[in-house]
Write a protein that binds this ligand. Structure first.
Ligand code: ATP
Length: 353
């Protein structure tokens, strides 16, 4: 597998009985990416993540994580942090005590980690070094990283759901991983909790860590991820950079001339300038602000950066615009289009490698 790929699979499949819940996935998660793993409930995300962590054995295919085969998880798990199910902690203990116990269980702070330096050049339980003190320092570090320092000594049972999730992420961060795998970390959170997790993931990705995070809410990952893997029914729909996916769609500029008669003329002017133009008549499918809904809309297939030039062209032709606005499809629309396009027969779309 290429060294710039943190997760690499070929034909990765999992069958339960007759059902193939993961179906020949070729994953490529670039090193350092904040990658969203998106698909509706039951799409096969959790099963895939479990296979990547050596928790579920693939039925077919190959899978490598941080350069090591999933058949030998001990080769990469000490460099991988994961939160696969909602975190389970002791409700009567503080966040700090919970983490300390986990660190102890995982052998952090007992000795140097075999295998040498990690992403930050830190060894074993982190920069703090071995021993009880090292463990304590590492726990304090991860609590700080997830923004829980001030509540660290309160009982876990008093934490909000968002804080519980953040503590779960802190636990995953204990080994100072190069790769962080999170399964639906925002599930059940309120908007404020979702924002907190988003900010945290961005910050973590900013440190150079590869973050692979699943969600069934595309709108959520659209806002934070630079890379996306979309699956449905266990099959790949799209993988690539978010910008590539958006570029696959065509952004539009919508104009309403002040005089209805000018619509055809405006379309001619813009068409002559090389743009693909359509005129949508009143009552078309696109919802328009009430003020303009009874007027023809001239639609130019062009990125929003061209809006000032288009406006100037219209002005030069003596056409005044009642309104001009840009329409950039969001990922949700693009995703729905992608799933609609494949019409039940899910095949790989452009951008997949
Ligand atoms: N151990 C199992 N035995 C049988 N079927 C399973 C098993 N684990 C998962 N499945 C089935 O595999 C399909 C994919 O499940 P998976 O949990 O991977 O999906 P998901 O995309 O993570 O969805 P969700 O967000 O709902 O968890 C589901 O239909 C599920 O019922």
């Amino acid at each position: 597998m290429p060294s710039d790929t943190a997760v690499w699979t070929r034909g990765l499949s999992k069958r339960y009985g007759e059902r193939r819940v993961v179906d020949h996935l070729d994953l490529r998660v670039p090193v350092g990416a904040l990658s969203g793993f998106v698909g509706p409930n039951g799409a096969g995300k959790s099963t895939t993540l479990r296979m990547l962590l050596g928790l579920v054995r693939p039925t077919e295919g190959q899978a490598y994580v941080l350069g090591e085969p999933v058949s030998a998880p001990d080769q990469y798990l000490d460099r991988t942090g994961a939160m696969i199910e909602g975190p389970t902690f002791h409700p009567g203990l503080s966040g700090r005590r919970n983490l300390d116990q986990l660190a102890l269980l995982r052998g952090l702070g007992r000795s140097h980690r075999a295998g040498g330096a990690s992403r930050h050049g830190a060894v074993g339980a982190g920069a703090a070094g071995p021993g009880r003190r090292g463990r304590r320092d590492r726990v304090a570090e991860v609590l700080d990283q997830v923004g829980l320092s001030t509540r660290a000594d309160d009982r876990f049972s008093t934490y909000s759901l968002g804080m519980k999730q953040r503590l779960g992420i802190a636990a995953a961060l204990l080994p100072n991983p190069d790769l962080l795998i999170l399964d639906e970390p925002t599930n059940g959170l309120d908007p404020a909790g979702i924002r907190e997790i988003r900010t945290l993931l961005r910050d973590l990705a900013g440190t150079g860590m590869t973050v692979f995070v699943s969600s069934h809410l595309l709108s959520e990952v659209e806002q934070i991820c630079d890379h996306l893997v979309m699956i449905r029914n266990g099959r790949m729909l799209f993988q690539g950079h978010v910008a590539e996916l958006l570029a696959a769609e065509d952004p539009r500029i919508l104009m309403v001339p002040e005089r209805d008669d000018d619509a055809v003329r405006l379309a001619g002017v813009l068409g002559a300038a090389g743009l693909r133009i359509e005129i949508e008549m009143a009552g078309g499918s696109r919802p328009m602000p009430a003020m303009v809904e009874r007027h023809p809309v001239v639609v130019a297939h062009a990125p929003e950066g061209l809006a000032p030039d288009i406006n100037r062209l219209a002005m030069r032709a003596g056409i005044t615009l009642r309104s001009i606005r840009t329409h950039r499809p969001n990922l949700e629309e693009t995703f729905l289009k992608a799933t609609g396009d494949v019409d039940g027969d899910l095949t790989m779309r452009g951008g997949a490698t």
